[in-house]
Design a protein around this ligand. Structure first.
Ligand code: 6R9
Length: 638
């Protein structure tokens, strides 16, 4: 496969960028033309950011799986589509060619069909990192069912919230998942979630860990039995459902600054075009390259850069079931060595944690196959950048620092490997089609070089979200109400004299813990569920490995009893309500929170204290009870 839209030089980048701004419809129409459409679109773009209403490739008809699978069969049927490395390095790995993956997707699409799944139905997928997860995702897309993948670390309560919001009647899960030396009992978590969700009609359970599970009559079926049934039918074909370009492809829940996570909706046509375009350009993917993205498919990075974009590009995508530190901290490097990986796309938090193990684990592996390194999820600090560059890329692999969000579908700001210049700690330049602007607090654009502000995008791109599921108004207030006619990202950024962007992090109440987005409000709500907690306030603080840690200030009723036990108990409550990733790192008991006379918690002060900047908390004169600040400072947990 060749990629007519692949940018090969800085001049080409500049030309593509200019055209994407001067003639966006011509530009994206050309990119989209190299995909397979059953029927071409009537109109490339229609939009306004007021309602907002965004439509790309209207009237176009297609199925994304025909682009991921069918169209590669003739020329690349025997090429590996997926390489799977199991949790335990002693176990057998698997390779699925495009032909094999196609057969499995068609087969499982028939399983879903036999179980009643139709176009437009929501299917929740809760699995570990096994090839069947990608197969389930693609099988949904083949039928036009809307998948909603939930990361395997989320709790029963989080799952129930998402199932209810999406009104998902079908679930695909497995008995359990292996992660390092743990096995996570996924099916049993689903059972707990379903106590509250009687509308769920069917649960399909894959065997992975052989953890004992209870199967509910009439509701739960085994993946393997259902596949066998399709085999006895003679493995019939499953023609792809013809979709409109603007039909939803999936829902993915993500945290915001208020309330419960929202269901970000991506649509078939634009998402396909944008993610594939970004993949081929940012990583400079060439046919035959082995691409290893270490994210979980439960997050957007896995959706876009493990499943959809690589497969649309006919690439080989490596799926790793385990964790970077098991059986030892050399696991990533051994995988690179074993499969001769060419592109390694990972997160700063993983790099920082592996740095802590020294160079021993790195030196045992041959990393000479690597050509491109990538980083995503949070700002990468210079120390981690250089360690990655020196020790993994051996100073000969470009590092792409890719900034984007669940809502964006694909990478928005990044250097293009070897084509545009890297700058440590900087995401650098916008991709063609992306028009970033910096805004000040008063809604004015900040122009010129060497300035900082709130990062917005002023023109639509094909991969952007179309709505928040079931609540379009939420999409408007979240992203389009802060600034007129702008998509507001929630991030702050600088811009230098060459037009490079350096993302400084969230400016709203969203934390980024090990690259995971967590809303402070969500954590507070979970803490407040604990009997005995009166109220709480949660802020982030700099954490050496996680990027940000979670610091909770908690007002607790009874002062007696064992404090450390109560802390453990509260952390456990959060893990039960949200999931272990949201557990506070520090819990400080306080007698009150710093509030204004109107009752608003002054988080600015709490943030400064958590950061250890005790002399720099700013003006506290407007507080109802300024004395509480001194008490909180004295009790600060180092
Ligand atoms: C893809 C993904 C989005 C938030 C985003 C920003 C942070 C992601 C970054 C980065 C600096 C980068 N972020 N990549 N910050 N440099 N290269 O991570 O999506 O989980 O929705 O998180 O992550 O703060 O707003 P998501």
């Amino acid at each position: 496969m060749s990629y007519p839209f692949q940018i090969k030089s800085f001049d080409e980048y500049q030309a593509a960028y200019k055209r994407s701004v001067d003639d966006p419809e011509g530009f994206w129409g050309d990119v989209a033309s190299s995909f397979y459409w059953r029927k071409k679109w009537d109109k490339v773009l229609e939009w306004n950011f007021k309602e907002p209403n965004i439509k790309w490739f209207q009237g176009g008809r297609l199925n994304i799986t025909e682009n991921c699978l069918d169209r590669h069969l003739e020329t690349s049927g025997n090429k590996p589509a997926i390489i799977w490395e199991p949790n335990d390095p002693e176990d057998r790995h698997r390779v699925l060619t495009y032909r094999e993956l196609y057969n499995k997707v068609v087969q499982f699409a028939n399983v879903l069909k036999n179980n009643g799944v139709k176009k437009g139905d929501r299917v929740c997928i809760y699995m570990g990192m096994v090839p069947e997860l990608a197969i389930a995702v693609l099988a949904c897309a083949r039928l036009g069912a809307i998948h909603s993948v939930i990361f395997g670390g989320f709790s029963a309560q989080s799952i129930a919230d998402r199932l209810q919001d999406a009104q998902a009647e079908y679930i695909v899960t497995s008995d359990g998942a292996f992660r390092g030396n743990k096995d996570v009992p996924l099916k049993s978590v689903i059972d707990d979630a379903l106590v509250q969700c009687h509308f769920v009609k069917r649960v399909i359970v894959l065997t992975r860990t052989r953890t004992p599970v209870s199967m509910i009559k009439g509701r739960d079926v085994w993946w393997e039995d259902e596949v066998k049934f399709v085999e006895t039918m003679g493995n019939p074909d499953c023609p792809a459902e013809e979709m409109d370009a603007e039909d939803p492809l999936f829902i993915l829940y993500t945290s915001g600054s208020t309330g419960k996570p929202k269901g970000v909706v991506h649509t078939v046509g634009g998402y396909m075009v944008y993610t594939t375009y970004s993949f081929v350009n940012v990583f400079q993917y060439n046919p035959g390259d082995i691409h290893f993205c270490t994210a979980d498919i439960g997050w957007i990075t896995g959706h876009s850069y493990i499943v959809y974009a690589p497969l649309c590009a006919g690439a080989t995508s490596l799926i790793f079931e385990g964790i970077p530190t098991w059986p030892d901290a050399g696991r990533f490097w051994k995988i690179v060595d074993k499969y001769r990986v060419n592109i390694l796309y990972t997160a700063p938090t993983a790099i920082r944690s592996l740095m802590g193990f020294g160079l021993g684990p790195v030196q045992q592996a041959d990393l000479s196959s690597l050509k491109v390194l990538g980083s995503v999820g949070e700002p990468i600090n210079e120390e981690a950048w250089h360690w990655f560059d020196d020790n993994i890329g051996k100073n000969r692999c470009p590092i792409v620092d890719t900034w984007w969000q669940t809502e964006n579908g694909g990478i928005l700001i990044s250097n293009l490997a070897g084509v545009t210049k890297a700058k440590p700690g900087w995401a650098t330049l916008p991709l063609p089609g992306i028009q970033p602007v910096l805004m000040d607090e008063n809604g004015k654009e900040i122009e010129g070089p060497n300035v900082g502000g709130n990062l917005c995008v002023k023109f639509p791109w094909p991969g952007m979200l179309r709505t928040t599921y079931g609540d379009h108004e939420r999409m408007r207030t979240n992203y389009f109400a802060t600034y007129d006619d702008m998509y507001f990202t929630g991030d702050g950024s600088y811009r230098d004299e060459d037009g490079n962007y350096r993302i400084t992090g969230r400016v709203d109440d969203v934390l980024n813990v090990s690259g995971h987005r967590i809303g402070t409000a969500e954590v507070e709500n979970a803490i407040n569920m604990h009997a005995g907690v009166v109220e709480s306030a949660v802020v982030g603080y700099p954490h050496e490995v996680k990027g940000q840690g979670i610091y909770a200030y908690v007002v607790y009723t009874s002062a007696h009893g064992d404090e450390s036990l109560t802390r453990k108990d509260i952390a456990q409550t959060v893990a039960r309500i949200i999931g272990p990733i949201a557990k506070p790192d520090k819990i400080q008991f306080v007698s009150g929170l710093p509030k204004t006379r109107s009752g608003k918690i002054m988080r600015r002060i709490l943030r400064k204290i958590a950061e250890g900047e005790l002399d720099n908390v700013g003006d506290i004169s407007t507080l109802l009870d300024p004395q509480v600040v001194d008490e909180i400072k004295r009790g600060r947990l180092a």
